[in-house]
Design a protein around this ligand. Structure first.
Ligand code: C2E
Ligand code: CA
Ligand code: CA
Ligand code: CA
Length: 279
């Protein structure tokens, strides 16, 4: 019977098998990669619309593995969350960011604001603050140079103690932003409960603002409301001149996207800064 089943579903099994093989490989390779700290961090500049200044960069993890090739964070971050690996992985990422900050400091770049994406599960740990703080102290990096990007979902899912946690982080000097705004189900009226510096409008909205009037209206409203609450607005995934023009008209504060730069390695970022200043 077993043989029959195998024949009948051979194709299905083979597909399943290669999928589960990749998954097994992903799990074992990710574990090793965390131990070997086999990740690099790319950085994407954020530019203020009005003054055309680089106000900071977002750190985005990259993983190149011998057996799996390039694996995108969109794949391995959710996987790490499911596999119980997100905390050690996140701590390696924070360490790497600290090392880059030290390197920049040695090169005379002292106060670049770097934002780090914080996974839900990581943020929800009771000792999240103590542990991030101990890594920063180990590398002599100040929270003042860091911005934490927490998704809308993270903030809305877990309301217990979250406001206190955010206030504590803010008082320590971290900047706080709400990421992927517009994708969740949050009510805008909740926003004033959180001590946020920035709100990042999800790229899926930006993509459609020049073609769909209702998306444009939504973005317009989000910007108005955020400003009422003294929160600055970052548009992510900005790719075209038309989008920049429209966002400027809507009084958006900061632009991030391929229009200015893709995420780039630390070394290229320094070249980008130089060229930016010459311009
Ligand atoms: P995210 O935080 O929303 O990051 C923005 C994503 O949009 C990044 O993809 C970035 O490369 C991409 N992007 C930037 N500008 C443009 C643009 O103009 N057009 C388009 N089409 N895309 C643009 P990436 O680097 O592949 O990261 C995907 C997601 O993986 C991130 O979404 C974030 O949720 C997660 N992630 C990435 N790095 C980290 C990390 O270090 N820690 C954690 N916890 N999550 C991370
Ligand atoms: Ca982000
Ligand atoms: Ca985002
Ligand atoms: Ca996103």
């Amino acid at each position: 019977a077993k043989q029959n089943g195998r024949n009948q579903y051979a194709f299905y099994f083979e597909e399943l098998e290669s999928d589960s093989k990749r998954l097994l490989l992903l799990e074992s390779e990710l574990r090793k990669a965390i131990q070997k700290k086999e990740f690099t961090i790319y950085y994407q500049p954020k530019v203020s619309i009005e003054k055309q200044e680089i106000i900071g960069v977002e750190a985005l993890v990259r993983w190149q593995n011998e057996k799996l090739g390039f694996v995108s964070p969109g794949e391995f971050i959710p996987y790490a969350e499911d596999a119980g690996l997100i905390i050690p992985l996140s701590e390696v990422i924070i360490e790497k960011v600290c090392l880059d900050i030290i390197d920049w400091r040695n090169k005379g770049i002292l106060n670049l604001l770097v934002s780090i994406n914080i996974a839900s599960l990581h943020f929800q740990q009771d000792d999240f603050i103590e542990r991030i703080n101990s890594i920063l102290m180990q590398y002599n990096c100040s929270p003042r140079q860091l911005e934490l990007e927490v998704t809308e979902r993270t903030i809305m899912n877990d309301t217990e103690g979250i406001v206190e946690k955010l206030i504590k982080l803010k008082n320590m000097g971290f900047k706080l932003s709400i990421d992927d705004f517009g994708t969740g189900y949050s009510s805008l009226s909740y926003l004033n409960r959180f001590p946020l510096n920035y709100l990042k409008i999800d790229g899926s909205f930006i993509k459609q603002i020049t073609s769909l009037k209702d998306k444009q209206a939504i973005v317009d409203c989000i910007i108005l409301l955020a400003h009422r609450l003294h929160i600055k607005v970052v548009a992510e995934g900005v790719e075209t001149k038309e989008q920049v023009k429209l966002l400027k008209e809507m009084d958006c504060d900061i632009i991030q996207g391929y229009y200015y730069s893709r995420p780039i390695p630390s070394k290229e970022l320094l070249d980008f800064f130089e060229l930016w200043e010459i311009h």
